[in-house]
Design a protein around this ligand. Structure first.
Ligand SMILES: Cc1cc2nc3c(=O)[nH]c(=O)nc-3n(C[C@H](O)[C@H](O)[C@H](O)COP(=O)(O)OP(=O)(O)OC[C@H]3O[C@@H](n4cnc5c(N)ncnc54)[C@H](O)[C@@H]3O)c2cc1C
Length: 406
């Protein structure tokens, strides 16, 4: 290979879903000791115009208040704000039992507990932002053919024949990360045996900022408020039940949904296209390899219960950006073990805790076993009454946990 065909960059990000695109825009604001902006390369496998983009599909996700603050710090929030609907009230309940708890924005002195955004809208605005930024080179559709770590950088070869050399490689390539597989990083996996059905639904009553998490005998069911009085449904059920629910016509599906959720939003009137996601945990114990770091779903693919996936990923992106900014200011090598390990020391407790929490909730609240049902009911009732028990739940849900680990 001639040297002229090798393009040098500072950071190469593999994967341009939420994590990769948000990181690219956050890093593009950083400058090296010479005052020059970072050169960022983003490699994404799927073309943006495809409806079935794996990173920006039909999901709507809840962004915690902490995530919104971090997005604002990195200059990305103004892009998301016009597409978001606020969550002002979260209602958690157990179907057929008395246990329930409420979180309200007012009791935490916040205008909103979080915001809901459709990933398709987030994808469009993130891609526009990257296209407008001269320091971000987006290569899409890109097929990564080889990764070669060297002392002074990592060489990347694309199937198209292009070659890049980067000081730092970031894997944001999702739950089946190619980069993670390349470095043979060990992964803890668990198949929950469940699938999540997602759809946009219309109810007789406007959710008006109310989000619901309801634990049913089949599994957890969440409704998130969206713009125009709609709600986004995430209904996690056993896989065979998901197949049966997907096979129903609209009216029969709405009747099942009504039965599982109840009448807190009045009658379910309409559902959009239903999509189904098999649910599994895939988490690395150690997300570092030579000049390489894993972030977002590539580091931790979670059960969607409690909406923690991207919120946890955003705390990775926030602290990685801060770690790189510090290293640049000190004239350090951004791909060095010291810099990456410093980042990881700040992230490991939050990651381990959030993985444990979502797995425990998924198992506890998907179980019809008598003593467990009684235990979770008691927990929900107590949380409703005792502020001190509600605080840890609120802390996690609001996404401010990383501040305690800094
Ligand atoms: C049903 C459901 C509901 C959810 N709800 C919430 C919620 O309410 N709140 C929340 O915070 N999170 C939620 N999540 C999680 C959230 O959607 C993800 O954590 C988030 O989208 C971040 O994903 P990512 O960018 O890390 O990975 P992905 O979305 O998987 O993106 C990976 C990207 O990498 C690309 N790619 C893969 N391999 C390669 C390769 N070899 N080369 C180049 N590109 C590659 C893919 O095309 C893709 O664009 C939910 C998830 C599900 C399934």
């Amino acid at each position: 290979m001639s040297q002229s065909s090798l393009v040098n960059v500072d950071v190469a990000i593999v994967g341009g879903g939420m994590s990769g695109a948000v990181l690219a825009l956050s890093l593009a604001a950083l400058r090296g000791a010479d005052g020059e902006p970072l050169r960022v390369l983003l490699l994404e496998a799927s073309a943006p115009e495809l409806n079935a983009h794996p990173g920006f599909d039909a999901r709507a996700i809840a962004l915690s208040a902490g995530t919104c603050e971090a997005l604002a710090r990195h200059g990305i929030w103004p892009r998301f704000a016009p597409h978001c609907a606020p969550i002002t009230h979260i209602h958690v309940s157990d179907k057929g039992h008395a246990g329930q708890t409420h979180l309200t924005a007012a009791e935490y002195g916040l205008p909103a507990l979080g915001q809901v955004i459709e990933l398709s809208a987030a994808g469009i605005t993130l891609q526009q932002g990257m296209a407008q930024c001269p320091h971000i080179r987006v290569c899409c559709p890109a097929q990564l053919a080889d990764i070669e770590p060297l002392e002074e950088g990592v060489r990347l070869r694309l199937a198209s024949g292009e070659h890049y050399q980067t000081r730092l490689l970031v894997a944001a390539d999702g739950g089946n990360s190619t980069v993670r597989q390349h470095f043979k990083l060990p992964v803890t996996r668990h198949d929950y045996g469940q699938s999540a059905i997602i759809a946009t639904v219309k109810t007789a009553e406007d959710p008006a900022g109310r989000a619901f998490e309801r634990f049913t005998e089949g599994g957890p069911l969440a409704l998130l408020p969206m713009q125009e009085g709609l709600s986004s449904l995430v209904w996690s059920v056993q896989r065979d039940q998901a197949d049966a629910l997907m096979a129903l016509d609209e009216q029969a599906f709405l009747a099942q949904l009504q039965q599982a959720f109840g009448w807190r939003l009045g009658r379910f009137l309409q559902t959009g296209v239903r999509h189904v996601y098999p649910l599994a945990l895939a988490a690395t114990d150690y997300p570092l390899a030579q000049r390489t770091v894993l972030v977002g779903n590539a580091a931790h693919l979670l059960h969607p219960i409690a909406g923690q996936g991207f919120n946890l990923g955003m705390r990775d992106l926030d602290l990685l950006t801060q770690a790189l900014a510090r290293a640049l200011a000190a004239g350090e090598d951004i791909g060095s073990f010291e810099v990456l390990n410093g980042y990881w020391r700040q992230r490991r407790d939050d990651q381990a805790h959030t993985i444990w929490l979502t797995s425990s909730l998924a198992q506890l609240f998907s179980n019809g076993h008598g003593p467990l049902v009684a235990g979770r009911n008691l927990a929900l009732s107590l949380m409703g009454r005792l502020g001190c028990l509600k605080a840890p739940l609120a802390n996690q849900t609001l996404g401010f946990v990383s501040q305690t680990t800094r």
